[in-house]
Design a protein around this ligand. Sequence first.
Ligand code: ZN
Length: 593
Amino acid sequence: MAFIPKDKITDIQSAADIVEIVSESVLLKKAGKDYKGLCPFHTEKTPSFTVSPEKQIFHCFGCGTGGNVFSFLMKQEGVSFPEAAKTLARRYGIEIPTQTMPPEERQRMDERENLFAVNRQAADFFHHSLLNSPAGEKAMTYLKKRGMTKETVDAFHIGYDSGWDNFTNYCLQKEISRELAEKAGLIGSKNGRFYDRFWDRIIFPIFDVGMRVIGFGGRVTDNSNPKRPKYYNSPETPLYNKSRSLYGLHRAKQKCRQSGIAYLTEGYVDVLSLYQHGIENAVATLGTAITPEHVRLLKGYVREVILVYDSDEAGIRAAQRSIGTFRKENMDVRILVLPSGYDPDAYLFEFGPESFTDAAEGALSAMSFLLDAAIKKHGLSVEGKIRILSEMKGSLASVHDSVARSLYIKDFADRIHVDESAVLEQVREVIFENKKKGLSRQHYPPKQLSDGPLSSPALRIEQQITSMMLQFPEILTEIHHRNLIEDFENETLKSVCQTILKHNNGSDGRVSELIGLMDDKKKRDMATSLAMKEDAWTREGCLSLIAQFESIRNRRKTAFLVQKMGAADDHEEMLSIGNEFQREKEIQAGIRQ
Ligand SMILES: [Zn+2]
């Protein structure tokens, strides 16, 4: 991080608020002095991800990850330190001189910036041609026929590309590098000729939650050419990854937070239809099944997701697949199946938004949905029931809450008219099998704080001292003077403390800044965990802890020398160890230094 001036890092650090930054992607609730939420870095049901506004750090007591505002952004967005710093700097209006960066880092960052810029230019160009070109008029008529209003077209910055090389020529005109446009997935080449990848398509820009254009989705205006796929989305680029992006989240996020619920639909047109009817908390996946990354992204905004699917077989299958993913990520999901023959748009048009939200309120739980689908598929003959049970026992077994599970089992047995105990027996078998395979281990193993055994009193004291040094900087001179850290047994703690001591002078002792100086993840995670501890330190308490440590250390040293003496080979060696022992005793008694 040497290539961003230190004073700039300090400026950013003082301006940025970790609670504000984390809140953008994690739902946080106040808990005492701190905030808690579900960890975005591992799967959990009860929040152990803690953010301290006072210390400006975070730590997850589930998976052990911790850090400051920079480390959070780096991990959450998968970017480097300078990129994270730059994002924060931009946000808080701090200027960073980029020429101080090494060339390859600067190039990588410039490339991302340039890709964002070319995407933005393309989105504007397409939007402009939808509204202002003769061919665009045709596309606009098509959109209007499908019930789209100008307000929606503007709100989502929808566009149109009328010719096969319009954008290619625009790049030439505006001196936009063709290579860059190709990298952004906007231009392709064939037989040495460049062409627009989205030609003759209505274009839906895909935004990230920071309102930047990361990619595009395109839909043909007429389905008559069987060689042209109906939908075409941007390829994977350094900015766009379909398994991590949700269409419409940039507009939906506020309503999602307010209502705690998100509608997940099958495509962008559904999102727009819902939006037009005043239902703004809707998002869609982009040509892919829902992934764990999508679910984690949603967890930052809502507590429950309602899947909106067509009642055709493909829709039902898609819903079945999605349920598994939500389950694995421990997120509540219900399924709204629209009447046969209706997509959200047709439904809203005919019955209105109130009817839609009413239907959503009565949306089926995942379990009822799966059971309905199974009954529909197999029927309620004896064979049918056997098949239903064999299909459903896995889902029933995967419900971790035992009370909920027994209620589901009872409900299930009632609905297909079989004996509850028979269902219970089968489900238990699956649970047993899963346990054998180790599949039921849903909970992340809590990370050990140290490399050694946790119970050792020496280690516990070393942890306490580190915690004290992080939280009570007034004691640092004392620690330095007594040379305590040299005698630490745990190497990670020793290294954490050395960093603290080294940077004590000059720094105002802010924990988050110290943590920024620790490049090693193990050190950083340990430091945040110890800094989060709630201890009220007093100078007296600190001194007594130090004395305790010294006494343990002294005992250890003398015991070591006694042992060495016993193992000595000859008289001379014994004598030399004896002298050493004497010297040690004098040091401990304070006679010698
Ligand atoms: Zn975690």
